[in-house]
Design a protein around this ligand. Structure first.
Ligand code: PAF
Length: 283
């Protein structure tokens, strides 16, 4: 496995593959890998001749007071896991390498970056779309794989790729879950044992949303029921419960008559967990 710490090394590696007609896939990550990331990596490896993973904790997507300094990191373990999956190259730049210039240029998808999680975390999605654009420009992948768990991120990146004619295909990977249903996340390790036990409530609420939708409940009724379901966990601080059009994230109301996504954001102590489920329309 080739480890590239500079943009020049990464570009040279990909160019040598592309010269012989090989295709390349990319899994962008912030490290501290878990089974969820590894399943994205496996998909990436199936889709292209060469699989690249990037590990970069991107400071520009963290707001003041967010968990940048405490974001978990374990480079050695991450590299061992990626090597075991047969990843061909890892892009592991420092912050100085990634942002060599003053960083005056940004990429933003305004209709999607200021809503939902973006309203709770101003500047977050501008940081994400800018760093993902940089990664695409450096690695020049034919495919990039993103998890559905970060559904707004996935929707925004798809829109950005379409709007800017970026020459790659975005592949969405279903959320990978622990045995009890909690969506895998690097943040889960920061939950106390009690919070970890309670966090399963997000997946339970998503199941409840599906049942209610099947019984003909309206968007408003489902949102209200989910809030009360989530607050059954004593330490859960419900940040947002939203049901949106699954394609555009536009607001919806009344009965669920189109493919919709349920988006949850719940804080346990200092740890913000998100989860989602797409619900098909009822006939
Ligand atoms: O989902 C993430 O881990 C990050 O937002 C990403 C896509 C790697 C950009 O920093």
């Amino acid at each position: 496995m080739i480890i590239c710490r500079t943009k020049a090394e990464m570009r040279k590696t990909v160019q040598s593959w592309k010269r012989t007609g090989e295709t390349v896939s990319l899994v962008p990550t912030m490290g501290y890998l878990h089974e969820g990331h590894l399943s994205l990596v496996r998909t990436a490896a199936q889709r292209a001749d060469r699989a690249v993973a990037s590990i970069f904790v991107n400071p520009t997507q963290f707001g003041p007071g967010e968990d940048l300094s405490s974001y978990p990191r374990d480079e050695k373990r991450d590299l061992d896991l990626l090597a075991a999956e047969g990843v061909h190259a890892v892009f592991l730049p420092s912050v100085e390498e990634m942002y060599t210039t003053a960083g005056d240029t940004h990429v933003e998808v305004p209709s999607l970056s200021g809503i939902l999680q973006g309203a709770l975390r101003p500047g977050h999605f501008r940081g994400v779309s800018t760093v993902v654009t940089k990664l695409f420009n450096i690695v020049t992948p034919d495919f990039a794989v993103f998890g559905e768990k970060d559904y707004q991120q996935l929707t925004l990146i798809r829109q950005m790729v379409r709007d800017l004619d970026m020459p790659l295909e975005i592949i969405a990977h279903p959320t990978v879950r622990e045995a009890d249903g909690l969506a895998m996340s690097s943040r889960n390790v920061r939950l106390s044992p009690d919070q970890r036990a309670e966090a399963v409530v997000l997946n339970l609420a998503l199941g409840r949303a599906e049942t209610l939708a099947a019984s003909g409940a309206t968007v408003q009724e489902i949102e209200t029921a989910l809030r009360s379901c989530l607050t059954e966990a004593p330490s859960a601080e419900v940040k947002s419960v939203d049901i949106r059009d699954a394609e555009t994230l536009a607001e919806c109301s009344g009965p669920l008559d189109r493919s919709s996504v349920v988006l949850l954001a719940v804080r346990f102590g200092t740890v913000l967990l998100i989860d989602q489920r797409v619900i098909a329309p009822q006939n």
